[in-house]
Design a protein around this ligand. Structure first.
Ligand code: PRT
Ligand code: ZN
Length: 211
């Protein structure tokens, strides 16, 4: 049986559930606080978890497959196999600064403070650009950091941009683009690899029908 980790509740949940249902895999996905659910018609068990924990569970083999945002996969740096891009939960990781501040490029951040929940991706980006900035790691509400004097800039997930706007910030540089991906444990048994093939065949058919 394959164990598949999906987000319990959040921006990935509905589309993750929908994808497996469209693949004809039935399971109870009612948000009743249930943490797992066995499929009635496919040898799979679904685990409902926080997205941040999914790469680690898949790396450890607690789950065989998982769906996460590429941003979380890259940030956690776990050794899992990226099987397929799923095309939903698209977003970008961007640098933003207070509106009204001038921006000439990432070198403006030299010696400045940047608040983010993505220190690894931001750190790599700054390094590639030869910029040394002070990264303040915070786990949520990153957008308020400049207005409370915690940082000069933020590096955060953006989709519509309205959160930046309502916090008086402007997006100045996209540093990473993300969408939901299917990940797998590094050493699946032959039996599990066959089940993954079956699921991939169905996912590709679902995606082909949508295009
Ligand atoms: O509870 P759990 O830890 O499981 O969930 P979470 O709160 O950490 O994650 P969640 O559900 O917010 O996001 C899950 C994944 O969805 C992210 O890792 C991204 O891959 C993807 N995604 C897509 C987004 C967004 N769009 C998005 N807009 N993740 C977060 N946001 C945030 C953004 O940071 C901003 O603060 O939503 C806010 C609104 O965005 P705007 O630009 O539309 O205003
Ligand atoms: Zn999370």
């Amino acid at each position: 049986m394959l164990r598949i980790a999906i987000q319990k509740s959040g921006r990935l949940s509905d589309d993750s559930i929908k994808l497996f249902k469209e693949c004809g895999i039935q399971f109870d996905s009612s948000s009743s606080g249930k943490l797992k659910s066995i499929s009635a018609n496919f040898p799979a068990e679904f685990l409902f978890l926080r997205d941040d924990d999914i790469p680690g569970y898949v790396e450890d083999g607690v789950a065989d497959l998982g769906i996460v945002g590429e941003n979380v996969y890259t940030e956690t740096g776990r050794q899992v196999t990226v099987v397929h891009k799923l095309g939903f939960s698209k977003c970008r990781l961007s640098l933003a600064i207070p509106r009204g501040t001038q921006w000439n490029g990432v070198e403006d951040l030299q010696g400045r403070g940047v608040a983010t929940s993505y220190p690894r991706i931001l750190g790599n980006y700054l390094k590639e650009n030869g910029v040394e900035a002070d990264i303040h790691e915070i786990s949520g509400s990153v957008e308020i950091a400049p207005s409370i004097g915690l940082a000069d800039a933020v590096c955060d997930i953006v989709s519509s941009g309205s959160t930046l706007l309502s916090n008086g910030l402007k997006e100045v540089e996209v540093i990473y683009r993300s969408e939901a991906i299917l990940i797998a444990a590094p050493n699946l048994s032959d039996e599990k690899a066959l089940l993954l093939d079956k699921i991939m065949f169905r996912i590709k058919a679902v995606q082909a029908a949508q295009n």
